[in-house]
Write a protein that binds this ligand. Structure first.
Ligand code: ZN
Length: 144
């Protein structure tokens, strides 16, 4: 799964409960931004203990943590999607083509600041760094 690291079982100090995990999965796998009702419908079909209150509480937490973006559709209607700034970025070796994926809270922070500064809603962020990996660097040095 792209974007969200689940290995630590923590969301910046908030326990990543099975329910929150399920909700993030649903938002992530949704082909389009999803609203709270639809999220509830899909989540409760998999876990009957999910309530509408759980949905709203989790959405607020995810939003606070920058994991999801909220989009307003009309006055009372909001949709949510996985924050693209959370998706991982790439470092690519120009020599062997190796791709290293990375995530950086600094990048997320930068995007958040730019959004605020320019009152701009960033929906996609892609950073692609090219260079030489350790192996190719060492090889080049040996052949010099
Ligand atoms: Zn390489």
């Amino acid at each position: 799964m792209r974007g969200i690291r689940k290995d630590s079982n923590q969301l910046k100090g908030h326990p990543l409960t099975a329910q929150r995990c399920l909700l993030l999965d649903i938002i992530h796998n949704s082909s389009e931004p999803i609203d709270a009702r639809e999220l509830y419908r899909r989540a409760s079909s998999k876990d009957r203990s999910v309530s509408m209150a759980t949905i709203y509480r989790s959405l607020r937490l995810f939003k606070e943590l920058g994991l999801i973006d909220k989009m307003r559709l009309g006055l009372m209607h909001s949709c949510y999607e996985i924050s693209h700034s959370m998706e991982h970025q790439h470092i690519i070796c120009q020599c062997c083509g190796k791709v290293i994926e990375f995530e950086s809270p600094l990048l997320t922070e930068l995007i958040r600041n730019l959004q605020r500064e320019h009152n701009f809603n960033v929906t996609r962020a892609e950073l692609c760094l090219e260079g030489y990996c350790q192996q190719c660097k060492e090889e080049a040095e040996r052949n010099r």
